[in-house]
Design a protein around this ligand. Structure first.
Ligand code: FES
Ligand code: FES
Length: 150
């Protein structure tokens, strides 16, 4: 049994310790905001925060999060009013939307570390997350807006 915290709540998982955190979040805890993309640490679609740092939940084994704190898109804000979420709406970032929860979690970790990140730093950090719809420029504008308005 692995005990850890998800979005501020204590949870426990009886899944084998090598199970990907992604599957525990989606299949056992019903937190389907975190998406499966490549399953290989290549696309960033599955990005969550682990003790405040961005992590690929497809590569993270649930046994390795014992006693740690996981935050998913569902836990980023109580009612979707995180500055990034407001900025995402204002800049109309999503196209199909599939990659966007991972994008927002990556951006949130960036702004926590570097609230004054410039465009180059934003592009560098966000390069870990792919978008098959090509929304990259809107993502940058939204991160800049969130940084201004936070
Ligand atoms: S699904 Fe995890 S990095 Fe692609
Ligand atoms: S909005 Fe479609 S994959 Fe990014």
């Amino acid at each position: 049994m692995t005990q850890f915290t998800v979005n501020g709540e204590a949870v426990e998982s009886g899944a084998p310790p090598e199970t990907a955190l992604l599957w525990v979040l989606r299949e056992h805890l019903g937190l389907t905001g975190t998406k499966f993309g490549c399953g290989a640490g290549m696309c960033g679609t599955c990005t969550v925060h682990l003790d405040g740092q961005p992590a690929f939940s497809c590569l993270t084994q649930v046994g390795d999060v014992a006693g740690r704190e996981v935050t998913t898109i569902e836990g980023l804000s109580a009612d979707g009013d995180h500055p990034l979420q407001r900025a995402w709406v204002a800049e109309q970032v999503p196209q199909c939307g599939y990659c966007q929860s991972g994008q927002i979690m990556r951006a949130a970790a960036l702004l926590n570390e570097s609230p004054d990140a410039d465009e180059g730093e934003i592009r560098e950090a966000m390069s870990m997350n792919l978008c098959r719809c090509g929304t990259y420029n809107r993502i940058v504008r939204a991160v800049q807006r969130a940084a201004r308005e936070a």
